[in-house]
Design a protein around this ligand. Structure first.
Ligand SMILES: [Zn+2]
Length: 215
């Protein structure tokens, strides 16, 4: 079995950075998932970039509408419908058939603040697939130097699912260096997700959710 690595890009689309990322991925024939922020899709220029990603074979996932507070923290009972439902409407036919949703985790942390009971109910009712992660090299924090940390974190995982950000932090200037490093380490980059990062599949809970919800 080759060493599989899955890549994902969150918080876009960005009018400048996302096309650069798409160019790099196309040149290397790498397919990934873009978890997009709903509010940004209201801008036609950014929407067109997601259309390009979709056309080029990337999967488009839902990464909330406002991306402001983890769903387990907000007190607004309408938050799941807005954050998840409205974004899904904007993604429309570009959605992956499994309706991929990635919650906003403050600082990349997977904890009890991640989801709420209402959010989980909505994800189940409407047949979503919840995609978490196991590698967050915090590219936003160290845009020039995140690659060694990312490669180290990947090496520790049997099947890394990496979160990067197609945002104007300059971090994506290092994307090729990261991809070179993965290649040198013998990685096969695949588009699908490691099972243990996907606690809800097509609306069915397949993992213990208690770690991701306030008790
Ligand atoms: Zn995010």
């Amino acid at each position: 079995m080759p060493w599989r690595v899955t890549l994902s890009f969150d918080n876009g689309p960005d009018p400048e950075i996302t096309p650069q990322v798409l160019d790099i991925l196309a040149r290397r024939a790498i397919l990934t998932t873009f978890f997009v922020v709903g509010d940004k899709l209201r801008d036609p220029e950014r929407y067109a970039i997601v259309e390009r990603a979709f056309r080029e074979g990337h999967w488009i996932g839902n990464h909330t509408f406002n991306h402001l507070a983890p769903l387990g923290v907000t007190l607004d009972v309408d938050a799941p419908a807005l954050e998840i439902g409205r974004t899904q409407e904007l993604i429309g036919e570009m959605s992956h058939p499994d309706r991929l949703f990635r919650p906003f985790g403050s600082g990349g942390i997977l904890d009890e603040a991640l989801l709420s009971a209402t959010a989980v109910d909505l994800l189940c009712r409407d047949g979503y697939t919840c995609v978490l992660w196991n590698v967050v090299p915090r590219d936003w924090e160290n845009p020039k130097g995140w690659v060694p940390r990312a490669l180290e974190q990947c090496a520790a995982e049997e099947w890394p699912l990496v979160v990067l950000h197609d945002l104007p932090t300059t971090a994506m200037e290092q994307l090729e260096l990261f991809l070179d490093g993965l290649e040198a380490a013998g990685a096969t980059i695949v588009q699908h997700f490691p099972e243990d990062c996907v606690p809800i599949v097509n609306g069915g809970i397949v993992a213990d959710m208690s770690a991701y919800m306030p008790s």
